[in-house]
Structure formats: structure tokens, C-alpha cells
Design a binder for this molecule. Structure first.
Ligand code: ASP
Length: 458
């Protein structure tokens, strides 16, 4: 049986197990004895990812011979990444504005909540409405008390701390550029969030290696080639256990999200329309947009082959919610299945995992407008255009790990004068949406790799 079928069965069994364990009350057993195997699996993939990126980029670049080719591949890659991200955001904005998932019966009170919050923060309300003027004083006092109570909760403070932590590394327009250059290579190798620094080093090292006379550095080049082979083999070995590990991951994740099947259904009921809009947008990208791009760029891969070959990586992205952890498998599927040469995939995919997140950007666009609609706040066309820019940047800045997109969403909300803590509203179903958007994120990287490879054929 093909690997993707086995993984799919593992996933299905994991979901059934989680539902049963919630229903029969042995969630704790699942969390204590099943979930750890999922974590072990993610750890294996993560510790392989960084050295794999390092060795594969060095050996790839060193073997290129012609450095102008590297420049060309780089320019095409970044161009395509930017275009796909902007299209994803625009698709998200169109869907959420057309379908209006945030309309709700409580919108008057929610509007008041927004205005009370905006007043307390000294933020100008721009859409010309004034709920504060019409509200009676008891209602105002009630809403204010609610806001204070909310700000005292541990969840709220936890999120504030996360936002402060993220913004501590943000200032200055050229900060992202500074962040790419490692200060200490050993430190960069220890954190999968610093993948771009490892890529920078590997490119620099590979370029230097290729500029030296072959006879002087052939041992070094062989060493990197050999190490690359070893890590690829490690991925293959880990993947043999993927169906079992994916079962553990799914069972563990769902058992932690909710104690009973009823809770899962309840959660979905209240946020179902919003979730549906996000998932529909992601599905349009996944099943429509990327195959269309392949046709437009005349990449000779059939619809079926594309999904069949990529599915092990997609299932893994779904169960781990992390493009970084999935990277070793994405590289394997793109090289072996889509027949993209190593020199392209080894460069395009690691960069894509960290900077190209179409799924995340679409989700952020939908989430911001949904939250605005939910609080009866009208965002102007200019503000929505601003969202295109901020969500594109936020998705580039988001790390390739679970929930990174949600934390970056706080900055997008702040940029349009909305309360960043509203992410608490959509938090309950974020993990599930994270799983879906990560699938789109890695599919986009793989599509771009196939397109760049095709264009480099000559
Ligand atoms: N989990 C996503 C990824 O790794 C990022 C996010 O949207 O939170 O690609």
C-alpha cells in the first residue's frame, strides 16, 4: 500500500480514537501515553530539518558551477512567493466581504465593547458610528466592568506577554534584513525559528566553496554531499513510522482541544461560518489556484500526480501544523515525486517554509475582517488595502511553527486600530485551522519549486 494511504488511515484512526477517548473518558490516558509519540516524531523531523537544510544547500550551491543561475532562481522564487501571497490575501478579503461570516445577533453590544476599549486606549473610531452616545450608563458600566475582568484573566495576560515578546524583535524597517544575518552560527543552529540565518550561512558557504579551485576543496565538497545523503536517509527511516506517529499526533491534538465530542461540536457551532469561509478559501487555493498555476506555467504534472506525490507531506503538515517540521518530507516528495532537481528544491523549499505562507495570509485576512464584522466595525477600502500589505508582511514574519499565524494576527489587528486581544474569540478553533493552512503553505512552496524547476530546464 502506498505511504499516503497508510498515513491517511493513521489519521482517520487517530480521529476515531480521540472521539472515543473523549466519549468514554480516557482522554488523560491518550494525553499521557499516546500523545508523547507524536511529540517524538515532531522532534525527530525538527532536528533533521536544520542540518538537512545546511548540508543540502551547501552541496546544491557548490555543484551549481554557475552563480548567475543562483541569482536567477532566487529572483524567480521571491517574485512568485510575493505574487501568490498577495493573491491569497485578496481572495480571503473577497470571500469574507461577500459572505459576511461575522454578522451576529449581539453586534450592538459587541460594538459598544469595541468603542469602550478604543476609548480606554485613546484610539480613534474611524467609521463614523457612535454606539457610546446612544448607550445608557448601566450598559456602559457593565461593558467596562467586563473589559476589566477580561484583562485580569491569565489567558489575556499570557497573550499580552506573547505580543510583547514578538514586538521586542520587530522595530526598524531594516530589522528583518538584520535578522537574516547570524550573529553566532551555533546559536542559529539551535532554533528552528532561525532557519533563515542557517540558509544565509549555507548560501554564503556554498558560494565560497564553488569559487575555490576544485582540487583544493574536493574533500569538503564530498563531506557535505555525504552528510546530505545521511540526513536524507534519516528522513526515509523516520517516514517508515509516519502512519503510527500521525495516529498519535491526531489523537493527542484532538484530546487536548476538547474533553468530549460534544465540546468539539459546540466549538464548531459558534464559529462554524467563519471556519467555513477560511476552509473554503484554503480549498480554492489548494485545489484550484495551484493546479492552475502549474498549467499556466506549462509544468507537465497531472492534477492527480501532483496531489498523489505531495500527499505524504500534506498529511504531515496537517498533523504537525508546522511547515518547518514538515520540511524534510516536503523536500523528499518534491524531489522524488515531482522530479524537481535538487539544486532548485534545496534552495526554494527551505526559504518557502519560512517566508511563503499563503494559507496563513489568507486566514489572517479573513480573521481580521471577521472580527471587525463581529464588532460591527466598518473598515474602509483604504484600510482593507492596508491589510493586504500588513498580512503579507505578517505571514512572511510568522515562524513555521504551530499558532505563529495567530500571534502575528495581533499585529494586523493593531495596524487597523482593532483590539489585538480579540484573537481570544477565534482561539478555540485555531488549531484546526492551523492544520489546514499549513497544508496550503507547503503546497504553495512545492508549486513554486516545480514552476522554477520547469523554467530552468533549458
Ligand atoms: N503553522 C503554520 C506553518 O507552520 C504557520 C501558522 O499559520 O501559524 O506554516
Amino acid at each position: 500500500m502506498a505511504l499516503h494511504w497508510k498515513i491517511l488511515i493513521g489519521m482517520g484512526l487517530g480521529i476515531i480514537w480521540a472521539l472515543l477517548s473523549g466519549y468514554l473518558g480516557f482522554n488523560e490516558f491518550t494525553i499521557d501515553w499516546i500523545d508523547p509519540f507524536g511529540k517524538i516524531f515532531i522532534n525527530c523531523l525538527k532536528f533533521i530539518a536544520i542540518p538537512l537544510v545546511l548540508f543540502s544547500i551547501v552541496s546544491g550551491v557548490a555543484s551549481l558551477g554557475d552563480l548567475t543561475q543562483l541569482g536567477r532562481i532566487g529572483a524567480k522564487t521571491f517574485g512568485l512567493y510575493l505574487v501568490t501571497t498577495v493573491i491569497s490575501v485578496c481572495l480571503g478579503l473577497v470571500l469574507v466581504n461577500l459572505l459576511v461570516p461575522g454578522k451576529n445577533a449581539d453586534s450592538k453590544k459587541n460594538r459598544l465593547r469595541y468603542e469602550v476599549w478604543a476609548q480606554s486606549q485613546g484610539i480613534e473610531v474611524k467609521d463614523g458610528k457612535n454606539a457610546l452616545k446612544d448607550a445608557d450608563s448601566t450598559m456602559k458600566a457593565e461593558v467596562l466592568a467586563e473589559l476589566k475582568l477580561e484583562q485580569g484573566t491569565a489567558e489575556y495576560q499570557n497573550l499580552e506577554a506573547k505580543k510583547a515578546q514578538a514586538s521586542a524583535t520587530e522595530p526598524g524597517p531594516l530589522q528583518p534584513l538584520i535578522d537574516i544575518v547570524p550573529e553566532n552560527l551555533v546559536l542559529s543552529l539551535t532554533d528552528s525559528r532561525l532557519m533563515l540565518q542557517v540558509i544565509f550561512f549555507a548560501l554564503f558557504f556554498g558560494i565560497s566553496l564553488s569559487l575555490l579551485p576544485k582540487e583544493k576543496v574536493s574533500t569538503v565538497a564530498h563531506f557535505f554531499d555525504g552528510m546530505n545523503e545521511v540526513f536524507v536517509k534519516m528522513v526515509n527511516i523516520v517516514m517508515l513510522g509516519a502512519p503510527f506517529f500521525v495516529f498519535c499526533l491526531m489523537a493527542g491534538v484532538l484530546a487536548k482541544i476538547a474533553d468530549s465530542p460534544q465540546e468539539i461540536f459546540e466549538m464548531f457551532k459558534s464559529l462554524s461560518f467563519y471556519a467555513l469561509v477560511v476552509v473554503s478559501g484554503l480549498a480554492i487555493l489548494l485545489f484550484g489556484f495551484y493546479p492552475l498555476l502549474l498549467i499556466l506555467f506549462r509544468v507537465p504534472i497531472s492534477y492527480r500526480t501532483f496531489f498523489q506525490q505531495l500527499s505524504p507531506a500534506q498529511f504531515l503538515a496537517f498533523s504537525t501544523s508546522s511547515s518547518a517540521a514538515t520540511l524534510p518530507v516536503t523536500i523528499k516528495c518534491v524531489e522524488d515525486g515531482l522530479k524537481v532537481p535538487k539544486k532548485v528544491s534545496d534552495f526554494v523549499l527551505p526559504i518557502g517554509a519560512t517566508v511563503n505562507m499563503d494559507g496563513t495570509s489568507l486566514y489572517q485576512a479573513v480573521a481580521v475582517i471577521f472580527l471587525a464584522q463581529y464588532h460591527d466595525v466598518d473598515l474602509s477600502f483604504a484600510q482593507q488595502l492596508g491589510i493586504v500589505a500588513t498580512t503579507t508582511l505578517a505571514s512572511i514574519g510568522a515562524a513555521a511553527v504551530p499558532s505563529a499565524g495567530l500571534i502575528m494576527l495581533m499585529f494586523v489587528l493593531t495596524s487597523v486600530g482593532l483590539n489585538p486581544m480579540w484573537i481570544i474569540i477565534i482561539y478555540p478553533i485555531d488549531r484546526i485551522l492551523d492544520m489546514c493552512r499549513t497544508v496550503v503553505n507547503i503546497t504553495s512552496d512545492s508549486t513554486v519549486a516545480a514552476i522554477v524547476a520547469k523554467s530552468e530546464e533549458k
